[in-house]
Design a protein around this ligand. Structure first.
Ligand SMILES: CCCCCCCCCCCCC/C=C/[C@@H](O)[C@@H](N)CO[C@@H]1O[C@H](CO)[C@H](O)[C@H](O)[C@H]1O
Length: 480
């Protein structure tokens, strides 16, 4: 793949208050899948039950071995000059079955030691409570289709808040609920591998939002004295109309609402986006259903979910070109048909080795502006942003992607007045990339998965990022 040089990189400095960071997730880096009392998660079951679920037949059983190498990881963060580390807690280390009776002190001790060590290194922990590794026991009872999973999530969140809370000020409840619902409960590409693209996909969204709100209220009702901030992590694309037509502009708006709005609207504004209520409702009715496949909220639920944010956590990687299409035929209910849009990528955007990820740096500025003006969140953290490559220490393509996206982020901050307080690049190091196994690398630090030691080596992008985090400058020399 030819990757052109990024152009027009700003030589202005980031504000001195901006926080540079890196991100990971428990299942993708920890390994030690059954050690020290940890229970089985739905990802453990997914990879073990059928190796063909994963492109290279690999697992996260060992991954980066960060469960044992966490002190080394903190040294890497220090060398990177970052002041923020976003990582996730494995639910099954704390509650191996998801139920309180299975409480595992060793899991709590592990993470308490970890956040204490981060603080000692002057690195702020940003803790994600759930990054896709649901306890298998709960998954067998319906997982994110079962309303009671929201209560189990509350039980788990309370334990983590109580024990880690003295050391943590930034919390994220659930990572990318949309990806779980679309790929775990609809395409079946991710755990738990279900294909419920008509109704389960919508119920999954509802239960995850209830779980998020449950944790948010527990924090603010019971642990307000800790003074931290809680939100949900939502992933989004920048949706650019394919052409200048009014129809494509409207389609891009629908695409936005059926993706980001699906999760952000209930939390930031209240209720599902109106276009989803209308389109799924009308299509459900035409299918002869008595109720919309998009489950309506009760009045109490609406109030419970609305306003459950202290900042906006945004995962942003790619842009998508959107076009209007003829109304899809009524038949079997399907989220993708409900959406009523066509998606593609523009030829001038640069492809990565991941089929879904194209580089269009302006998309970062465009999306930040949209999120800022639509949801008025007060503060945004970009909690994931990164580039897929094969294994390569000379990752100039990643460096240029990050430079371009961060340059546009700075334009949003300085030119447009968007408040972006911090950034955690995806990822600190190469890791288990879900259904892609180890075939796609997102780390700025290389991990040698063939060595028992899981040797870590700075790539070119990590060298550049550590300089940037130290100087607040994306190029060699900046003006103040
Ligand atoms: C002929 C062309 C057809 C084009 C079809 C276009 C379809 C557009 C679909 C856009 C899909 C965007 C999906 C984006 C998903 C990401 O936000 C999500 N995968 C990111 O999740 C994080 O990914 C990281 C790297 O993949 C990492 O794995 C992390 O754990 C995730 O949180």
């Amino acid at each position: 793949i030819y990757i052109p040089k990024a152009t027009n990189i700003t030589n202005r400095k980031f504000p001195s208050t901006f926080i540079w960071g890196a991100a990971t997730a428990a299942y993708q880096i920890e390994g030690a899948w059954d050690e020290d009392g940890k229970g089985e998660s739905m990802w453990d079951r997914f990879v073990h039950s059928d190796p063909t679920h994963i492109d290279d037949r690999s697992t996260g059983d060992v991954a980066c071995d960060s469960y044992h190498k966490w002190q080394e990881d903190i040294e890497l963060l220090k060398q990177l000059n970052v002041k923020l580390y976003r990582f996730s807690v494995a639910w099954t280390r704390i509650l191996p079955t998801g139920y309180l009776e299975s409480f595992n002190q060793a899991g709590v001790d592990y993470y308490v030691n970890f956040v204490k060590a981060l603080r000692a290194a002057e690195i702020e922990p940003m803790v994600t409570l759930y990054h896709w590794d649901l306890p298998q026991t709960l998954s067998e009872q319906g997982g994110w289709l079962n309303d009671s999973t929201a209560d189990r999530f509350g039980d788990y969140a309370r334990i983590v808040f109580k024990n880690l809370g003295p050391y943590v000020k930034l919390w994220a409840t659930i990572n990318e609920p949309k990806t779980t619902c679309t790929q775990g409960y609809a395409s079946g590409e991710m755990a738990p591998g279900l294909k419920l693209v008509g109704d389960g996909i919508y119920q999954c969204a509802r239960v995850q939002l209830l779980a998020h709100a449950t944790a948010y209220h527990i924090y603010h009702d019971e642990f307000a004295d800790q003074g931290g901030n809680v939100t949900i992590v939502i992933d989004a694309t920048y949706n650019e109309p394919l052409t200048d037509s009014a129809a494509d502009a409207e389609a891009a708006e629908w695409e936005f609402e059926f993706n980001l709005g699906w999760y952000a609207n209930p939390v930031y504004l209240g209720d599902w986006p109106q276009i989803m209520i209308d389109r799924v409702g009308n299509r459900s009715k035409a299918e002869g259903l008595s109720q919309s496949r998009l489950p309506p909220w009760s009045k109490d639920e609406l109030e419970f979910v609305k306003g459950t944010f202290d900042y906006f956590a945004l995962n942003m990687y790619t842009a998508v070109a959107v076009n209007a299409i003829d109304e899809p035929p009524i038949g079997t209910g399907n989220y993708y048909l409900d959406k009523g849009t066509g998606t593609s990528y523009k030829p001038e955007w640069t492809p990565s080795i991941a089929g879904w990820l194209y580089s269009y740096p302006y998309g970062m500025r465009g999306l930040l502006n949209r999120v800022w003006s639509k949801y008025n969140p007060g503060s945004i953290y970009v909690t994931e942003n990164g580039w897929a490559t094969t294994e390569d220490l000379n990752d100039q393509g990643r460096l240029e992607y990050l430079q371009g996206y961060l340059s546009n982020m700075l334009d949003a901050i300085l030119e447009d007045g968007v408040v972006v307080d911090g950034y955690t690049t995806w990822s600190l190091m190469d890791n288990f990339e879900w259904a892609r196994g180890y075939t796609q690398r997102y780390g700025i630090i290389d991990v040698d998965f063939n060595s028992p030691n899981r040797t870590r080596t700075f790539k070119d992008s990590a060298k550049w990022y550590s300089q940037t985090a130290a100087t607040y400058c994306l190029v060699d020399t900046c003006v103040d």
